[in-house]
Design a protein around this ligand. Structure first.
Ligand code: AMP
Ligand code: MG
Length: 345
């Protein structure tokens, strides 16, 4: 088992303990139904208070979305776009529901989130696991092929200039969280915790006893939870250099690309967690804030109250900063209580 999968499974088990302990004391009906699946390259853990059939339909929806977005699967929107040779390709309503808001996030973050970073993702080997460090001239050339504004979305079609490539890795799980939340809510589910692989979690409602869901925030330098976030009707997204990386000549290269340089982001952050009612916002912004770093990320939070999000910044040197809106919902876990938490305002 590779390291990343092991860490995810460990996190899942820890998460189970963390989440089940409060549930065990709660006798509220109906009982939860739960499943663990492997989808979108990660282990997902779905818990809903509802019917088994409703949960099955949610799982089907995730697999459909996975197939629709997988860059390696022929006929996925991603594959079609990346192999269209600059021609327009049709997009379904579902795909434009993802593309439109994602492009808005690219714009509002000034391109820190950029769906066209995929050429660089591939060049560094993150799409295959065959890692390499491109030289400066290759990086310059790759950076010239990253520009989300070149993606033209109009009249149910989309066009990507030849030589550029997209992927939805930075937003797909968040989008899945929102999609499932609306499907489950329509089916009458009032309480659910959708753990779409650690990096994206969506809490539908609170727990049946009215208390918030409690979700762990991972210590980027270990397998333990550094803190706990209380969530109700909120998504949470985490981007971290520990989630996927390789090391060469003593340097750690992570899977999040700085679109300006086409190289893995080196912003001094080890992870960013974003909390928002929109899971897509959580996912897209956690990636973007990771690229920006603490100072710029904090300024971005101050400048964009309309995006309705809060954030936790964990730096490589071990400091912790949270935005003011999380002061009452974030607590350090045992073993970390001596760490200082800076509250950004
Ligand atoms: P996340 O784990 O949500 O931060 O997303 C990271 C994934 O999105 C990577 O594995 C890449 O496939 C892709 N990606 C990397 N850097 C960027 C970026 N700056 N903007 C958009 N997508 C990116
Ligand atoms: Mg993301």
């Amino acid at each position: 088992m590779n390291n990343a999968i092991f860490r995810r499974l460990t996190a899942l088990v820890l998460g189970g303990v963390l989440l089940c302990a409060p549930l065990a004391g709660c006798q509220t009906k109906p009982e939860p139904v739960q499943t663990t699946i492997f989808a979108m390259d990660t282990v997902m853990n779905l818990t809903i208070y509802g019917e088994q059939e409703t949960l099955n339909q949610a799982v089907e929806r995730i697999y459909l979305l996975q197939n629709a977005l997988d860059p390696n699967q022929e006929d996925s929107i991603t594959y079609d776009l990346n192999h269209a040779g600059g021609e327009r390709v049709p997009v379904s309503t579902g795909a434009s529901d993802l593309l439109g808001p994602s492009l808005e996030l690219c714009a509002v973050t000034g391109g820190a989130l950029d769906l066209t970073a995929y050429s660089a993702v591939q060049a560094w080997g993150f799409s295959t696991g065959e890692y390499r460090v491109p030289d400066q001239s290759e990086l310059d050339e790759l950076a010239s092929r990253i520009d989300y504004t070149a993606l033209e979305l109009a009249d149910s079609t989309v066009r990507l200039p030849e030589g550029m490539a997209v992927d939805f890795g930075a937003v797909a799980k968040g989008y899945a969280g929102d999609l499932l939340a609306s499907q489950l809510t329509s089916a009458g589910v009032k309480h659910a915790l959708l753990d779409l692989g650690q990096s994206s979690i969506h809490a539908i409602g609170a727990k049946p006893d009215g208390s918030p869901w409690r979700v762990g925030v991972q210590d980027p330098s270990g397998d333990r939870y550094l803190g706990v976030l209380e969530l109700a009707d909120r998504g949470m997204g985490t981007s971290g250099s520990y989630q996927r990386y390789f090391e060469a000549d003593g340097v750690r290269y992570c899977h999040i690309i700085d679109p300006d340089t086409a190289a893995p982001a080196q912003s001094g952050l080890a992870s960013v967690t974003v909390v928002s009612p929109s899971c897509l916002t959580c996912d897209g912004l956690s990636t973007a804030l990771f690229v920006m770093g603490l100072e710029e990320g904090a300024d971005f939070w101050r400048a964009h109250p309309e995006l309705d999000f809060e954030a936790i910044f964990l730096t490589e040197d071990g400091s912790i900063a949270i935005t003011a809106g999380l002061e009452d919902s974030f607590t350090l876990t045992e073993g970390y209580t001596d760490r200082e938490v800076t509250v950004l305002s």
